[in-house]
Ligand binder design. Structure first.
Ligand code: GLP
Length: 233
């Protein structure tokens, strides 16, 4: 498992500092032009560090992993809103891309997003992981060679997501997500996993067997993966 480099940190804050350092080096070396971004609570300390830093992203094109279907950009539940709030309103980028979950033709939107990814190959992709081992919204059972597609969220993920919604609000059950193959296309992957809830997924990954039941395990087939975690593993 030489392709997985593990950085053990004390807490998410320290993890965010590590990400900041890696991004700084990649920016300075000129290797970073296209950056894949993620949402979720794991990413908040990372984006806080970036916005408080003097990192210059003005030449960087970004692609987000995923977006809920049927949730407008103006809704605090959309990933577009999350990105504006935590990063895009505070730092200048050359161009930011997020799948349009309100698109009339979702299949066309997925194809267009995948085409853009081919045009702008990802230099780095940031990743969190779901408790069930999903990456982006590639849930267990998703074909390992999938590209950007419409995903049905599992009961497990809906349960985790319910904490962000009020009782009378409908939790989105579908999303547009980069596929596992789209993600693996990035030159470098940085996976962040903090807290006991992520232990099962990280343990599966470190067991060393690629299985569609744990999408995270596909990272074993990539040759440049950095795992930043506070878990003793
Ligand atoms: C969602 C996102 C994933 C993210 C996961 C973990 O499912 N689609 O990209 O990795 O949440 O979220 P958190 O960081 O809040 O644990």
């Amino acid at each position: 498992m030489n392709n997985l480099k593990i950085i053990k940190v004390e807490n998410p804050e320290q993890g965010a500092e590590n990400v900041c350092e890696i991004i700084k080096n990649e920016l300075e070396s000129g290797r970073l032009n296209v950056l894949g971004l993620a949402t979720g609570s794991t990413m908040i300390p990372v984006y806080n560090k970036w916005t408080a830093s003097d990192l210059d992203f003005s030449n960087i094109v970004t692609f987000n992993l995923d977006e809920y279907i049927g949730i407008p950009e103006s809704s605090p539940h959309s990933y577009a809103y999350f990105m504006s709030e935590h990063l895009f309103d505070k730092k200048e980028f050359r161009k930011t891309n997020i799948p349009d979950g309100m698109a009339e033709d979702l299949v066309e939107e997925c194809e267009a997003y995948e085409d853009l990814l081919l045009e702008y190959p990802l230099d780095i992709q940031l990743l969190g992981v779901g408790e069930n081992g999903h990456i982006a919204f590639n849930e267990p059972g998703t074909p390992l060679d999938s590209v950007t597609h419409v995903a049905q969220l599992t009961e497990s993920t809906l349960g985790v997501n319910s904490q962000y919604f009020e009782n009378d609000e409908k939790i989105p059950e579908t999303a547009i997500t980069m596929g596992i193959s789209s993600i693996l296309g990035a030159k470098k992957l940085i996976l962040l996993a903090f807290g006991e809830k992520k232990r099962a997924a990280i343990t599966k990954l470190l067991e060393g067997n690629v299985t569609a039941q744990w999408p995270i395990t596909k990272l074993l087939d990539h040759d440049d993966v950095i795992i930043i975690t506070d878990l003793e593993i």
